[in-house]
Design a protein around this ligand. Structure first.
Ligand code: UDP
Ligand code: MG
Length: 343
């Protein structure tokens, strides 16, 4: 329970219209999650009831599921849950838009003084949510959920994930090590996030750009409760690449560096060839010295063009500024009043 003084402190902490107890929204993106969503809902409802009876959160707090164009029974389950629990609301996207867009839709559309984003598969430990709210009440606008260890991951996932975070730090991309998309954002932080209009979304990078006072809570990540990962290797690689190309121009600089290095080496080789014809009788080795550099330079050039192409394709997509999601349907008490929609 929070003391009256703490509550007053909270009321004065920003110019939000938040009243105490605070109204929170738990935003859960779902893609083909029929096997797990009922269990997730049971646990979330239990947590919300507990926080409400502690006087920490208001009775207007809600759980908002975003159905990201699922092809299984996910949406009908969300509809049923929303009918039997006033706490549950749902948004159905018009098609599968990907995790990041579904999450953004939830953040831009859901009401609450603070929103907590969490995966549907119960990998994120819900028991740290009270701690997140505690940090929010102490004046933090962002609270990051950070995994303590990766023991539950396969060796391959652990190795690639950790390598990736290291690569990002070499490229000077500011992301929090072992933090994915489990976080609390205050209304102020969400308003700031809504000013970022980019199509190539990499939320964990964008949130770092917001600044504001933030805090970290650590948790142990469990294995997926049921169902399969919706991030197969192909999607994971594409997401990783998105993170690099949306936040860093280091690969372009790498090309320049590569170009300079290859030029210096070839000048040196030319000098060596020239001097050896002047001062030695030996003839230049013919085939190898012609063909190998040709293939090598061809490869370097194609690789460089490819990277430049990746950035141009990003500019192309950003330039179109297409909507990042379309809402097909909204259900539940969170959306029954005329709420502002940021689509
Ligand atoms: N997800 C989504 N749209 C997609 C893929 C995934 O909304 O196109 C959701 C999914 O339902 C889950 C979260 O994003 O709630 C994370 O996905 P998943 O657990 O499959 O990823 P992993 O934990 O394996 O990286
Ligand atoms: Mg998962």
């Amino acid at each position: 329970m929070y003391s009256k003084a703490q509550k007053i402190l909270f009321m004065n902490r920003s110019n939000d219209t938040a009243t105490v107890p605070i109204r929170i929204g738990i935003v859960v993106p779902c893609f083909n999650e029929e096997d797990v969503i009922r269990e997730t809902n049971d646990r979330l409802i239990m947590l919300i009831n507990q926080l409400q009876s502690n006087g920490l959160i208001s009775h207007e707090s809600s759980i908002i599921y975003i159905d990201d164009g699922s092809r299984d029974a996910t949406w009908s389950i969300i509809e049923a849950l929303s009918q039997s629990h006033p706490t549950v609301s749902g948004i159905k996207l018009s098609r599968n838009q990907g995790h990041q867009n579904a999450l953004l839709c939830g953040l831009m559309t859901s009401p609450g003084d603070a929103l907590i984003s969490v995966d549907a598969d119960l990998q994120d430990d819900l028991n740290v949510i009270p701690q997140m709210i505690h940090h929010f009440l102490k004046g933090n606008e962002i609270v990051y959920g950070v995994r303590k260890s990766r023991e539950t991951d396969t060796y391959f996932k652990r190795f690639t994930a950790e390598g990736y975070y290291k690569l990002m730090s070499i490229m000077k991309v500011d992301i929090i090590f072992n933090h994915a998309d489990y976080r609390l954002l205050s209304r102020r932080a969400i308003n700031a996030l809504s000013e970022y209009r980019e199509i190539n979304l990499f939320l964990r990078g964008l949130v770092r750009l917001l600044g504001f006072k933030s805090e970290v809570v650590e948790y142990d990540r469990a294995e997926r409760f049921a169902g399969e990962s919706k991030y197969p290797l192909r999607k994971m690689l594409s997401f990783a690449w998105q993170g690099i190309t949306s936040f860093s121009t280091a690969p372009l600089r790498l090309i320049t560096f590569l170009g300079i290095t290859v030029s210096i080496v070839s000048i040196a080789l030319a000098a060596w060839g020239f001097l050896s014809t002047l001062f030695t009788d030996s003839t230049l080795p013919g085939w190898a010295s012609t063909v190998i550099p040709m293939y090598f330079l061809g490869g370097v050039q194609l690789f460089s063009l490819g990277i430049i192409g990746e950035y141009i394709s990003k500019i192309y997509m950003e330039n179109k500024s297409r909507p990042r999601f379309h809402v097909d349907q909204k259900i539940g008490t969170s959306f029954s009043k005329n709420k502002k929609n940021h689509e």
